[in-house]
Design a protein around this ligand. Structure first.
Ligand SMILES: [Zn+2]
Length: 318
C-alpha cells in the first residue's frame, strides 16, 4: 500500500505518493486558485491534485492506504477542519468531510509545523526519537512539539505556538499584536532587521558588499560575513543566537526533550548555528547534572519535508 502526502502552501499545493519507508515515488504540484467560496473550497483544489498525482504516477486509488495533509493556519485535526487561515482567507472548511465525497480512504489533516516535526521523527533527523521539538526559523518562528511519539496540539489545535512565548516584557512588537514574543527576536525577519540596524551603524562592515552582491539583505548576510571574520557581523550573529537560545532554554526546561531540531532555510548554517546554541542552552538549562545534556541539530527533510511530514501523519494516524 502507498500513502499520499499533501503540503498546502500559500501559492501552490504539493503532493507526493510515498511508501511506508518515506520514499517519494512521484510528486506533483498545483498552483492554487488563490480565492475560494462556499461552492469551491480548497478541498476542490486538493481533490484535483490527488486525481492528477495518481494519474501521473499510474497508481490506482485502491492502493492508497491513507491521505495526510499539512496545512498552515489553525487546524482542528480531530474534526478535520481548517478553523481559519489568514494567508488565503478561509474559515471553518470541513476538508476531511469534503474530500470523502470523492475519496473513500482515511484522510488526516494537521498544522504544517506539527506535520513537519512528525516527519522528522518518522523519516528525518529525529528518527526513533520520542520527545522532540522542531523549531522553524523563518518569516515567523514555528514550532512542532512531539511528546511520546505523538503531536501535542493543545485544545482546538491552537496550542504549541512557541514563537509567541514572551522573552522580553514590553519588547519589540509581534505580528500577533503582543510585544516581546520570541518570534519578534528569533525569526529570520527579526535577524534581517538586526542585520540592517548593524549595517547602518557600521558602514565599514563587509555585510554591505555581501548584500550588494546578493541584491538584498537576507538571513544569510550576517552569517556569511561572520564566517569571513567581520566583527560587526559576528556581533549580529552572536546576539541573534542568544535570542534563539533564550527561547530554547525555556522550552528545554518545560519539555526536557531528547532533541531540538532547527528548521527553515537558516538550518543550512548547520553546526555553525547549532553548536553555539547547544552550549548556550546547556549553560542555561535546569538540572544539567542529570542525563546526557542536550542535542540541537538541523532538520534533515528539506525539499520534500512537507510531503513526507504529511505522509508520516497518514501513516501514524492509521
Ligand atoms: Zn507574538
Amino acid at each position: 500500500m502507498y500513502y499520499i502526502g499533501i503540503d498546502v502552501g500559500g501559492m501552490s499545493i504539493k503532493a507526493g505518493v510515498t511508501d511506508k519507508d518515506g520514499n517519494v515515488l512521484h510528486k506533483t504540484v498545483l498552483v492554487t486558485k488563490g480565492e475560494y467560496s462556499a461552492e469551491y473550497t480548497i478541498s476542490n483544489d486538493i481533490h484535483a491534485l490527488i486525481v492528477k498525482l495518481l494519474s501521473e504516477a499510474n497508481i490506482p486509488e485502491s492502493e492508497i492506504a491513507a491521505i495526510g495533509i499539512g496545512q498552515a493556519g489553525s487546524i482542528d485535526s480531530e474534526r478535520g477542519i481548517i478553523n481559519y487561515w489568514n494567508n488565503i482567507p478561509m474559515k471553518n472548511v470541513h476538508v476531511v468531510e469534503e474530500l470523502h465525497k470523492w475519496h473513500s480512504c482515511p484522510v488526516f489533516i494537521d498544522n504544517d509545523a506539527n506535520v513537519a516535526a512528525l516527519g522528522e521523527c518518522v523519516f528525518g533527523a529525529a528518527k526513533g526519537i520520542r520527545n522532540m521539538l522542531l523549531i522553524t526559523l523563518g518569516t515567523g518562528v514555528g514550532s512542532g512539539i512531539i511528546i511520546d511519539g505523538k503531536i501535542y496540539r493543545g485544545e482546538y489545535g491552537a496550542g504549541a505556538e512557541a514563537g509567541h512565548m514572551g522573552i522580553v516584557m514590553d519588547g519589540e512588537p509581534c505580528t500577533c499584536g503582543r510585544r516581546g514574543c520570541w518570534e519578534a527576536y528569533a525569526s529570520v525577519s527579526a535577524l534581517i532587521r538586526q542585520t540592517k540596524a548593524a549595517m547602518a551603524a557600521h558602514p565599514e562592515s563587509s555585510m554591505h558588499g555581501i548584500a550588494r552582491d546578493m541584491g538584498e539583505v537576507n538571513g544569510m548576510t550576517a552569517f556569511k560575513a561572520a564566517r569571513g571574520g567581520d566583527e560587526t557581523a559576528l556581533e549580529v550573529v552572536k546576539q541573534y543566537e542568544r535570542y534563539v537560545a533564550e527561547g530554547l532554554i525555556s522550552l528545554q526546561n518545560i519539555f526536557r526533550p531528547q532533541m531540538f531540531l532547527i528548521g527553515g532555510g537558516i538550518s543550512k548554517e548547520g553546526e555553525y548555528l547549532t553548536a553555539p546554541l547547544e552550549k548556550m542552552v546547556y549553560d542555561g538549562m535546569f538540572d544539567k547534572e542529570t542525563g546526557d545534556g542536550i542535542k540541537i541539530r538541523s532538520a534533515a527533510l528539506h525539499n520534500d519535508a512537507g510531503i513526507l511530514g504529511a505522509a508520516a501523519l497518514a501513516i501514524k494516524s492509521l
